[in-house]
Design a protein around this ligand. Structure first.
Ligand code: SF4
Ligand code: SF4
Length: 309
């Protein structure tokens, strides 16, 4: 297969991505993200990263993939659906839907490795690096540039076809491909996410103050939770889905078909009392391979106590 055959190579990769279970795949030229640079700078200057200090690192590399992966030519963006088949007990403290099953980092990394292997087998000597929700890559900006959706007023990537309950990942490769074009914004006059955010973290359309977001508080913040936010967490003990749940584009979300994303049965069954009484042993059992492990047992307990007091 000729490595120069851009259109054919692009189609081959998109077909294989579909076969591996990704819901969409789009391509962008690897270059400096000019439009994102001032936005990221402003966000950091206003300390909207809270204690997520890692966001301040690698400023140049984040905006320019050719600085991150030497010789890179293209960014392949991929979406993987995580919308669940079954949901938590409505009488329970809530966990963000993306964290129901096995930690997505592992699931997606495996799929990206298979995709790179496929490219190397079918197209030729291609070097690439896989990224899943990793600090140096602005994954939403790349996915938008690749035509997979627009960045909505809640700052999530939204697609008319698929809503927003999906993971975003990238493969940065030194292979030229045919590039996609961005889609238009379909938020229109809607303000449902801004109106529903329990902590008013969407400070203006398209601008989320990360340091006020329940996801940040329940997952990233290492200190005590601030008393000024007491009774505002809407029973979320890990992450928050409110601004996605209310989004009209998620009304038709379809369930994923990835068995590894299915939750432990207790995660669905537990009510508030069960969570209040959870032991370290049960925590380890329910969240053995889950992203919830990031908070550790003590972190989840801290969140539950905050909701309970
Ligand atoms: S995740 Fe929750 S707290 Fe954060 S912006 Fe969305 S609705 Fe607000
Ligand atoms: S809730 Fe409305 S404004 Fe917010 S992201 Fe969805 S469509 Fe856009």
């Amino acid at each position: 297969m000729a490595i120069e055959n851009k259109a054919k190579n692009t189609n081959l990769i998109k077909e294989e991505a579909k076969r591996l279970g990704f819901m969409s795949c789009g391509m962008s030229k690897a270059e400096f993200l000019e439009e994102e640079a001032p936005r990221l700078e402003e966000w950091l200057n206003k300390n909207r990263n809270g204690q997520m200090y890692y966001m301040e690192n690698h400023f140049d590399k984040r905006l320019d993939p050719t600085k991150l992966v030497e010789g890179s030519k293209s960014v392949i963006s991929l979406l993987l659906n995580y919308y669940p088949n079954e949901f938590q007990n409505p009488e329970s403290y809530k966990i963000s839907k993306y964290a129901y099953g096995k930690d997505y980092h592992f699931v997606i990394k495996d799929k990206l490795k298979s995709l790179l292997q496929f490219i190397q087998n079918e197209i030729g000597e291609v070097e690439g690096r896989a990224f899943v929700d990793s600090a140096p890559v602005l994954d939403k900006a790349w996915a938008a540039k690749s035509g997979l959706g627009w960045i909505g007023k809640n700052s999530n990537l939204l697609s008319k076809k698929a809503g927003s309950f999906f993971f975003i990942a990238e493969l940065i490769v030194d292979l030229e491909l045919e590039y996609d074009t961005p889609v238009t914004d379909h938020c229109g006059t809607c303000t449902a996410c801004i109106d529903a955010c329990p902590t008013n973290a969407i400070v203006e359309p398209y601008k989320v103050d990360g340091s006020k977001c329940i996801s940040y508080f329940t997952i990233e913040l290492k200190d005590e939770l601030p008393n000024s936010f007491k009774n505002t967490f809407d029973d979320w003990m890990f992450g928050c889905d409110v601004c996605q749940d209310v989004c009209p584009w998620n009304r038709f979300s379809k369930s994923h078909s990835e068995p590894l994303f299915d939750p432990h049965p207790d995660l669905l069954k537990f009510d508030k009392k069960d969570w209040q009484e959870i032991t370290k042993e049960t925590f380890n059992e329910i969240f053995r391979k889950s992203a919830v492990k990031r908070t550790k047992f003590e972190g989840l307990k801290r969140n539950i106590n905050f909701l309970d007091s």
